[in-house]
Design a protein around this ligand. Sequence first.
Ligand code: BDP
Length: 601
Amino acid sequence: MLYPQSNACRQRADLSGFWDFRFDPADEGLGQGWGAGFDPAEIIAVPASWNDQFADWRDYVGVSWYQTTFDLPWGWRGQKIFVRFNAVSYLAEVWLNGERLGEHEGGYLPFAFDITDRVEEAGNLLVVRVDGNLAWDRVPPGNLAGLPGAAFPTVNYPDTSFDFFPYCGIQRPVLLYTEPHDAIADLTAVTEIDGASGVVRVQIARTPGDPLAARVALAGHGAELSTTVALEESAAEVTLTVPDAALWSPDAPNLYDLRVELLRDGAVVDCYTLAIGIRTIAVEGDRLLLNGEPVKLVGFGRHEDFPVVGKGLLPALIVKDYALMRWIGANSFRTSHYPYSEQMMDMADRLGFLVIDETPAVGLFFFEEGLEKRNRLCQQMIREMIDRDKNHPSVIMWSIANEPHTAHLEARQAYYRDLTVVEHPSRPEAVAAFKAQTELVRALDPTRPVTLVSQEGALEEAFEFVDVVCLNRYHGWYTQSGQIDLGLQYLDREIELIHELYPKPFLLSEFGTDTIPGHHAHPPEMFSEEYQADFLTKQIKLTDEKPFVIGQHIWNMCDFKTSQAVHRMGAYNYKGVFTRDRRPKLAAHRVRALWRGEDGS
Ligand code: BDP
């Protein structure tokens, strides 16, 4: 799915702004035909989550309605016209001028509807019903306490299976855009390195129709290449060889402009320009190689999260977060626990960050209720994520899940006591689901490694299917609490144990401590800035010594909003090395010294 672009053949308009809005706690809007228009009760900003925009609705995660009107921009008639939603959390149902266009499930990936035959010149009414309910058959799941015969009491509110606030609404821009009738339907650019040359393979998919031609041109860093192919069938592949290629890497994020033009009798009928980077990413033994060289990942697990906008797109925050990541010496991050905005990904390409792109499959469990639907949604989200992000040089790995509940409870108890692994510790349903999902990822994109981010340690049988092992571990925090050095010993033993079983590249994908800014203690004590600083420094040094450890991602870059729970003071997770408003804690300075090659102690 190509991101809408304005150029000589295509146009894009942004519907961001102030929309009509109505909460629908009784869920009566559908029955009363609000899809054809409703009496607005509020005005709301789009894009942004709804939760923090009003005085009283913070914890409301039910149904709400949005509507706006628009006129067709001048000159658009005669083209195909679409409306695209970059992200609506969680489920969206859409009407235009009273006609239902369709629906989309899943809060963090884009979807679009063809409105060519329904859009009027003026006064179009676009209505969206957003269902933000938490349910166990959704991804990520929620309302676990509501499961029939649930073993769980409610331990957090709102009742999520994950540790971040379930912000709802139209979180990213809504775009109108045109496409010519003969259009480039999709582009896939894959790169290889051959000596000093870069090899760029471009797959061009087109809308069905009579024979056309495609001109493919690559420009940048002194290169000016182009070639033309016949495009009779639905797709064609073109290979361009770039001599003395300027490779893409964190140190030199070189991008080229790849321009594809569709030609009818020599005239350009559609065009699209992609920014591409020539680079390779591969796993060899227990190393991760970028452009053939071992690469170390230093950075964070993060969240899209900020006061008032919630999970809404905030471009200035993107700029600020990259500036802070550069300041501290980070070169990478994971899109924990859902794909981030397209704008965040574009900036990663431009600034040279290495991204582990993760699906919204966080906190999955494998009880029978809703399992089939959750598995289907996981596959849908993998498809949508790869389709959206496959052309980003910054994306170096796909993550199919974060902390699924793979292991049997009994196995987990023995393991947490003394790192004993019982035979067949995992649920067969989980193993089967992840086997199928890794196969799907490889079929869709054979060029990038696949990972799964686990808390199950050596019990995680799905590690068998992945290329890179990612472990989230909190020894010295949730276990060995208050004892940083004892926690280190456990971490050391556990990493070695996992690597013995799964001799693959290993990333410590989460580690950290909740830290109240301004709270100090000597000797260091839990929740103090000193405890976080010591904990992180020691765990970074320990993991740095292991040749198969390809890096560390601290949990978390910034403090973030979550559900209310006894272990979440003020409904925040305080594991940030920066506060929620982006001020550094003591640990930020220590980590900076380490990551920039000084001694951080
Ligand atoms: C991990 C989760 C992450 C949590 C973190 C924590 O992957 O989402 O926020 O722990 O407890 O289990 O802080």
